[in-house]
Design a protein around this ligand. Structure first.
Ligand code: FAD
Length: 486
């Protein structure tokens, strides 16, 4: 008897929204490029390679440790209220032991849950990066198009324009409308658009619609395979602990700030800087209150970004009213705001220090036999000074915006989930893991494309930068593949 839909298991049904390839089949292929991880970095590389190469016969594969959790960013699921999603996220994501960082092992990685804020790193913060400023600017613009970043979604909102005007007039001319990765394309030429909030599932879809590639989920990369000084492939294990050897001429690790160095270290890849120079942003939130009568009847939602700049080593994101006021599927009727509550979150630059690190635990291993990681992270004296500056600076911002009062009860100081740096790019192998194109020093064909390559924390949220650098790495691979091979 043929089972009906309610009798089939989830995996069979899920399979229908993205084609999957069994690992047994992937073992029979020698890949030109094999990508490990499908989050921000992995999705960007895959999309760029597939779109640029088209149907040229190259073999591309991707392995993802997690399963098919959500087919899109949670904002695009109209029944998901923010509080309910937060509860779900806490259950499905994994804390990085002894830290406040979290990982999400799922197709799409943490881009299923990110908050979509996508600013460029200020140019003054990238002068020491090993990427020429002009090239970085070009790749930022490519990444913004790829992620549909827009600052105009709140055009017409008095809430934003009035406070922005006050900031401009009272000492903060660099404040801008918050850039977020939300596609504002309206339905036109009769074509419907239904996937506004960006996740890397959009990149996986663009890749799929350009050419076929092989994708395996529940495929946990456990070892990078090398032959001499070249990469040769990846050993992958399925949940039933079967081991598969996937051959590849080029391997791109996009497994995250924590898992990419773990894989390098567990595979014995040499490199003094692997796992070191872990960065993030210190995060401090303050709430200000405004008299409702300062604003006209139609309020709108608020989203302002104050980028870091020389002399101000932090960025501030200003939003309100809090909760779900800016999502129109929730609160169909907006409750009257008698007093306006504005939240300002400051993200502080964190120094790149050798001792902030991801290392392998000498004893404990996971169920696949791979050592688990140990994370050491603390703030330096300079980081603590930045945090002091943030407290003062945010109070000045509220004064410039004419807040009636500011809640001085300081919330706990936490780290943003803006991890990076553990495989940072650079020219000197003593203090960096990859060359300026993301290729691991000393191992030809092994690349990294995720937050871990970001050379220093700067002040901007990291994901746009990761996507920009990942696309640049893909272009480098495309160009070097068209050169005659030695
Ligand atoms: C709640 C929340 C809000 C956020 N908001 C913002 C924001 O507004 N702006 C911003 O810029 N950033 C934000 N971030 C951070 C953003 O999500 C990350 O910067 C980004 O997703 C990092 O991309 P990545 O490729 O490095 O890693 P990830 O997106 O985490 O992807 C890593 C992928 O690798 C897979 N993987 C790991 N190990 C293996 C293995 N051994 N084998 C195979 N696959 C593996 C994982 O399952 C995952 O799919 C937020 C994060 C969270 C959690």
């Amino acid at each position: 008897m043929v089972p009906n839909n309610s009798q089939r298991n989830d995996t069979e049904l899920n399979n229908e929204w993205i084609p999957l390839t069994p690992l047994e089949q992937m073992e029979q292929t020698e890949y030109d490029v094999l990508i490990v991880g499908s989050g921000a970095g992995g999705g960007a590389v895959l999309s760029r390679l597939c779109r640029s190469w088209g149907l040229n016969g190259k073999k591309i594969g991707m392995v993802e440790k997690g399963g098919l959790l959500l087919p899109t960013h949670f904002y695009n699921i109209s029944t998901y209220s923010l509080p309910r999603f937060k509860r779900y996220f806490d259950q499905v994501s994994s804390p990085v032991k002894q830290t406040l960082f979290r990982e999400l092992f799922a197709l799409g990685g943490r881009t299923l849950a990110w908050q979509l804020v996508a600013p460029q790193m200020p140019a003054s913060e990238t002068v020491d990066w090993p990427v020429p400023a002009k090239e970085l600017a070009y790749y930022y613009s490519v990444a913004e198009r790829a992620m549909r970043v827009s600052s105009s979604y709140q055009s017409g909102s008095y809430y934003t324009s009035i406070l922005l005007d006050r900031l401009h007039a009272y000492g903060f001319p660099e404040a801008v409308s918050m850039p977020i990765a939300v596609d504002r394309e309206s339905t036109k030429y009769g074509q419907l658009y239904s996937n506004a909030a960006f996740s890397s599932i959009i990149h996986l879809a663009e890749a799929l619609n350009s050419r076929p590639y092989d994708l395996a989920v529940h495929a946990n990369a456990v070892e990078i395979l090398t032959e001499g000084k070249r990469v040769a492939g990846v050993r992958v294990m399925s949940p039933d602990k079967k081991s598969y050897t996937l051959k590849a001429k080029k391997v791109i690790l996009s497994a995250s700030t924590f898992q990419s160095p773990r894989l390098l270290l567990a595979s014995g890849i040499p490199g003094q800087a692997i796992g070191h120079y872990l960065t993030t942003h210190s995060l401090l939130g303050l709430t200000g209150y405004f008299d409702r009568r300062q604003f006209p009847e139609v309020l709108g939602a608020l989203g302002i970004l104050l980028p870091g700049q020389p002399g101000r080593p932090y960025q501030v994101m200003i939003g309100g009213p809090p909760e779900e006021f800016n999502a129109y599927q929730q609160y169909l009727v907006k409750p009257l705001q008698e007093e306006l509550r504005v939240v300002a979150g400051a993200f502080g630059e964190v120094e790149s220090r050798y001792e902030n690190q991801v290392t392998l635990d000498k004893i404990e291993k996971d169920e696949y036999g791979v050592p688990v990681i140990k994370v050491d992270f603390s703030y330096s004296e300079r980081d603590k000074d930045v945090i002091r500056q943030m407290r003062l600076g945010v109070s000045q911002l509220f004064a410039a915006m004419h807040a009636n009062r500011v809640d001085q009860t300081e919330g706990p100081l936490i780290e943003a989930i803006h991890d990076g740096g553990t495989c940072r790019m650079g020219v000197d192998p003593a203090v960096s893991v990859t060359n300026p194109y993301g290729e691991v020093h000393g191992v030809s064909g092994l690349f990294i494309a995720d937050n871990s390559v970001i050379p220093s924390s700067g002040t901007a949220n990291p994901t746009l930068t990761t996507v920009a650098l990942a696309i640049r790495t893909a272009d480098y691979i495309i160009q070097s593949s068209s050169l005659p091979q030695r």
